[in-house]
Write a protein that binds this ligand. Sequence first.
Ligand code: ARG
Length: 560
Amino acid sequence: MKIIEIIREAVAEFALGKEFAVEHPAEEKMGDFSTNVAMVLAKELGRNPRELAVDLVGKLEGNKKLRKLVSKIEPAGPGFINFWIKDEVLIKKMDEALGMKEKLGDSDFMKGKKVLVEYSSPNIAKRFSVGHLRSTIIGQAIFNLYKHSGAEVTNDNHLGDWGTQFGMIIAAIEENEKFDWNSVDINKLEEIYVDFNKRMEENPELRDRAKEAFLRLEKGDESARNIWQKSVEISMKEFDEIYKKLGVIFDHVLGESEYEKLMPEIIEEAKTKKIASVGEEGALIVEFLDERGKEQMPPAMLVKSDGSTTYFTRDLATIKRRLSDPALKSEVFVYEVGGEQRLHLKQVFVAAVKLWPEETKSVQFVHVAHGLLSLPEGKMSTRKGNTIKLEDLLERAEEKAVGGEVISLGAVKYNELKRSPGMDYIFKWDEALSMEGNSAPYLQYVYVRTRGVLNKSGESLEKVLKDNKEFTNEDERSLARWLLLRFAEGEVVESAAKNFAPQQLCAYLFETAQKFNGFYERNKVIGVENQSLRLALTLLAGEVIKKGLEIIGVETVEKM
Ligand code: ARG
């Protein structure tokens, strides 16, 4: 059992069913854990919190399980109760942690639960944008965090492979009877689309042609279907290369086209359940009103006045399938999608609950929104502002980083994950590749340093574990509690997963590296009496950094 759980259990005995917190005090001299239970209860019982804390300390001291674990329990401040963990308990935990290997830092708070993370979701015939890069990196980190929290996780790449824009591509390509597919790549496809779009502004007749082409696609017309299929293949080839580079594998790639067949069903259901109504010009809309009939959000369109379905309809169909298909069915559905789709997804989630109240009862829909990323000017081939050829970014990273792809890729990923996903930011090479600041190369370097210490000592892990007995100074204990009580016990991973916040893990890792460096500067490790314990701490700091980076998809190297 985890230390925090034993404390919680002991405290709960006296909590009269009330909610209380067990946390790490901000200041180390205040102990390893602290609870506010006395303050919570004092209000309830009309007692002085400080006095109640003193009483409760007496009672808690009588708890046998707790006594094995803690060396001291004390009331503090206005009514906190602080706990100090015995040194020998920490040292035993340290040995355990070093033996955990790939399980180190994992939580099990999601055991028995299923989670689906949808991310990346680029659009066919358009280049993979920086927004899709953000979605892919953040989505993968969230996927990993849940995997390391005991959940059964699956992922889905919700490709944008349907919609009226394909009418334009089809119409444009059909203009040229001898269209040569040979040299066509995704850039060319995007050009064709952009060009047709431009011409359409001046020539309304082209608009009708695109509409007609899309209608044919929906009906399964061979020529339209072929062009669509080719566009999908060409685009996927490009996307798959990016996924390979980033180490991303999808269980499901269910694009919007997948849900086309479900459209009539959804529309019927919305009508019979009286969730949709006929709006202006014959469109079918879903309104979002509160009990008093006041509009909470603007209405969403289910069917356009020209009879075609929308992105919104396809998202509802997607949910319908995700609620019933055993391979997709989950308790938590995470959507890693740009912040500009906030309203859209809110409308989708609310409409889904209206449509399927039973099926969505114990289901959580979460939109993890990412902000805008601007790229540095110059060599980067930016076209239309925010689209880049991703290869350029990654190639540039490789040119700039010392140490090849592991370092450059890690730098790009970490630079993304260290901040809250919703933030806008400007990509800066110096920041991403810095060897001193909060960056992947810095953490990778500190890991290499910890390995170097062990190698230099000539000791084996087994020997290190056997010989370490006690702390000889505060520095050692402080680093031990930081590594053990936060990471090894699963706290960091659990919190980052619960909050859909990989940046929490990054912040922890950066602080770990800083703490280790401080420790290493102040304490000789090799050739001192306490060598074993210090080596064990060094080793564990390295393992924690390695494992933490692995969870966010960043590899480590043994030499740098
Ligand atoms: N393809 C969309 C885009 O690039 C993102 C899809 C987001 N997911 C969803 N279920 N709507 O903007």
